[in-house]
Design a protein. Structure first.
Length: 606
């Protein structure tokens, strides 16, 4: 049977996973009476809750006797490490572009990676049925993007197909609606080259992804580049030219069939396979015939741009709500994460209770933290800080990003004002229609920390916001320090509604009555720039004399809901975000007021 290996790439929310759903349904993977959920490839809870793909997924379909392996990749720039390594095991890509929005920052990122490898994209103009669709403009913008990225003549002559993933049709003529996806599948078969590789040569493949099974241990996924793989074959695992070598025996081989994995006894060049029996398999490892060791170059991904420190939780509530609370447990979990999360970097210091964790952005780090939290871990996290570099002249550089937004014109002024305060530079502005405008900015990564929540709030949820790494440039004068001080509890106990009612005029609160607090815990943001120590457990004094007036009506206003992203965004340099399976709390590093004063004097003296 002929084979095709193809990845689906796009900007976040342009319809990749929905398209895969339709291809699976129409190819007969599911029974007619089978109940399936939407976005079947987004298999974990976080992906479903956030509506994004975090980890790449494999599946396969059969069309006209051709076995098509499909990889659904993440669309968010923070998970670009997933996209980069997945492209190394496919022979073609479907580039989805929204029929209204056109190419966005992540579109540029994933397209550049595909073009550099030499892949020829098939451009799918998705959501063609959407109000305001402008396919001709989108095609022109996509062609210009390809040209700017240095595409060759063959890549510039890309095939185009128009689709509505949600309605399940694809057509070569945008004026003629079809009833199925057959025209898209036909283009995949005709335009995507068959996998290359000499079946008669010695076996060779590179591991592009690693999974884990509690029954089988580590599982490697990759495309066989040459030769044939059979059960019980004796192979050698290599990590580059100078890396360690390990002898191994393959205990099982699987291929993708629909969304399932099926066991086979044999696989050959061009097939994407899942293998186990390898004790210490790593992403980028080369598996070869023992008599013909030829390592592939180690897979390289873009470096992280943002970092935080993980601390063992040391608050007065430590150990009350989590199952895993020690430095050893956090260390082992981070080591396990590094096996599959190629874009993540961790510095394991001599201090057993502090770990420096670096990722591709806020979302990349918050997904990791949220996963730890749901698994039962307790930890404290510092304020995010960007990763600096130094150029050949000794000048300090920081990461910058391309930021693209679409907002309603009534919010344009306030959005531009806030970005101006953050030091962002306006690159282009384009009126989409009478009601919406498209803005493109060049802005430092540190200035974007916490911006997503602000943007969503000021545009009342109607704005579209996306960004991707652009380059390192000289450090800007923009500060990421919170301008307001903190409202800090001076007592241990249970929060009183009356006390909060009196405190709320001093700033915005993010705690509720009945919640337990401790000394040094932050209960809100002060309206002024200085910290203010308050007593949130103080109740109303009672007497045995009945007051002539009636009691005050207690009403708490302007409360702030604290979530993981917002918590990290508002952290000060001397504050930590305490994370447990049941709660999020912000605290001072030094809990008592005396400690904070001594620390302040020491910093001033130095």
């Amino acid at each position: 049977m002929e084979k095709r290996n193809i990845a689906i790439i796009a900007h976040v929310d342009h319809g990749k996973t929905t398209l895969v759903d339709q291809l699976l349904k129409q190819s007969g993977v599911f029974r007619d009476n089978e109940t399936i959920c939407e976005r079947v490839m987004d298999s974990n809870d976080l992906e479903r809750e956030r509506g994004i793909t975090i980890v790449s997924k494999n599946c396969s379909i059969v069309f006209d006797s051709v076995h098509i392996n499909i990889v659904d990749t993440p669309g968010h720039a923070d998970f670009g490490g997933e996209v980069e390594r997945i492209l190394s095991m496919v022979d073609g890509v479907l580039l989805l572009v929204d029929a209204v929005e056109g190419p966005m920052p992540q579109t540029r990122f994933v397209t550049n990676k595909a073009l550099q490898i030499g892949l020829k994209p098939i451009v799918v103009i998705n959501k063609i049925d959407k109000i305001g669709a402008r396919p001709d403009w989108v095609i022109d913008e996509t062609f210009e993007l390809f040209a700017n990225l240095g595409a060759n003549d063959q890549q510039l002559d890309f095939p185009v197909i128009y689709a509505s993933a949600i309605k399940g049709f694809a057509t070569v003529n945008p004026l003629v609606q079809q009833n199925d996806m057959k025209e898209l599948l036909s283009i995949i078969v005709t335009e995507t080259p068959e996998p290359s590789g000499d079946v008669s040569g010695p076996f060779r493949m590179q591991i592009s992804a690693v999974d884990y099974s509690p029954y089988l241990g580590k599982i490697g996924i990759g495309k066989i580049s040459r030769g044939v793989l059979s059960l019980r074959d004796n192979l050698v695992s290599l990590e580059g030219e100078d890396g360690p070598r390990e002898q191994l025996t393959v205990s099982s081989i699987q291929i993708f069939k629909g969304i399932d994995r099926v066991n086979v006894d044999r696989a050959e060049a061009g097939q994407i396979v899942i293998i186990n029996g390898i004790e210490d398999i790593k992403i980028g490892s080369t598996l070869c015939d023992s008599n013909s060791p030829e390592p592939f170059p180690i897979l390289q991904v873009d470096e992280p741009t943002l970092g935080v420190n993980f601390f063992v939780n040391s608050s007065p509530f430590a150990g009350r709500e989590g199952k895993f609370v020690t430095g050893r447990q956090i260390r082992e979990r981070l080591k396990k994460e590094l096996i599959t999360n190629l874009a993540l970097k961790v510095n394991f210091n001599d201090d057993q209770e502090i770990f420096e964790v670096f990722g591709r952005g806020e979302l990349h780090l918050t997904i990791l933290i949220e996963n730890l939290r749901r698994e039962g871990f307790e930890l404290s996290v510092s304020k995010p800080k960007v990763v600096y570099k130094t150029d050949s002249d000794g000048k300090r550089l920081e990461p910058y990003e391309t930021l693209i937004m679409e907002v309603e014109t009534e919010f344009q002024g306030i959005v531009m004002k806030i970005l101006g305060e953050r030091g962002a530079k306006l690159c282009s502005m384009e009126n989409i229609n009478e009601e919406r405008v498209r803005l493109e900015y060049f802005v430092s990564t540190k200035a974007l920390i916490g911006f997503h929540g602000v943007f969503t709030s000021i545009t009342k949820g109607t704005g579209i916001f996306s960004h991707s790494f652009a380059k390192y440039d000289p450090v800007s004068s923009t500060s990421s320090q919170r301008k307001n001080g903190a409202l800090v509890s001076q007592e241990n106990g249970t929060i009183n509604a009356y006390a909060l009612w009196k405190i709320q005029e001093r700033g915005r609160l993010f705690v509720s009555p009945g919640v337990e607090v401790y000394e040094g815990m932050i209960i809100g943001v002060h309206a002024r720039s200085n910290d203010l120590v308050v007593n949130p457990i103080k109740g109303k004094k009672l007497t045995n004399i009945r007051a002539s007036g009636k009691d005050e009506h207690i009403e708490l206003k302007n409360m702030m809901e604290l979530n993981l992203e917002k918590g990290l965004a508002i952290l000060g340099d001397d504050e930590l975000l305490e994370i447990t399976p049941k709660a999020l709390r912000i605290r001072k590093v030094c809990l008592t007021e005396g400690e904070r004063r001594r620390n302040s004097r020491e910093v001033t003296a130095n």
